[in-house]
Design a binder for this molecule. Structure first.
Ligand code: ZN
Length: 176
């Protein structure tokens, strides 16, 4: 397992629609990528990560809402995830993103969702209901697969200010 570098917006891989994982891609290699993504998420630390955030343009996400002693108990690795049902109730959450550091955005999401996905190792079809915080996380990661990041949800003024600030931060890191 390995901790992968997380890419920062704005970047083409983060704004493109991720592609469907094909049947021949399921197996140990995809399972390793999912495990590496989970390790990267735990190291950050974060509660979710989408493949485009580690510069891989495929429909693969990991989430884990658990914390403290229970960390690791709510890990889901999802290939080709999709929401098949959503309740009418909504929930507002102040979201953050590892690819958009230092920005917090209130987002309205469905409170209850049903998600279908495939197991990265076997391709087996899975389904589960998620609610509240976990539903928020899944919907945030699914946004990544559609090429949407939190930066797209803020005003152009705030976005411009953030991009300039990040440029300065990057320039301050000495080139190797
Ligand atoms: Zn994110």
């Amino acid at each position: 397992m390995a901790v992968l570098p997380i890419v920062i917006a704005p970047l083409p891989v983060l704004s493109a629609r991720a592609r469907e994982i094909q049947p021949h891609e399921f197996g140990p290699e995809l399972a390793t990528l999912a495990s590496d993504m989970a390790e990267t998420m735990y190291a950050a630390p974060g509660v979710g990560l989408a493949a485009p955030q580690v510069n891989d343009g495929r429909r693969l996400i990991v989430i884990d809402s658990s914390s403290g002693d229970e960390r690791g108990t709510r890990l889901f690795r999802m290939a080709n995830p999709s929401i098949t049902a959503r309740g009418d109730e909504t929930i507002e959450w102040q979201e953050t993103c590892l690819s958009v550091p230092e920005i917090e955005v209130w987002v309205t999401r469905a409170k209850h969702i049903t998600v279908n996905w495939q197991d990265p190792a076997t391709g087996e079809a899975m389904t589960e209901d998620f609610e509240e915080y976990e539903a928020v996380i899944v919907q945030h990661e699914l946004d990544h697969l559609e090429g949407t990041v939190l930066l797209d949800r803020v005003s152009s003024f705030k976005r411009g200010r953030w991009v300039r600030k990040m440029k300065k931060v990057r320039q301050a890191i000495p080139a190797k």
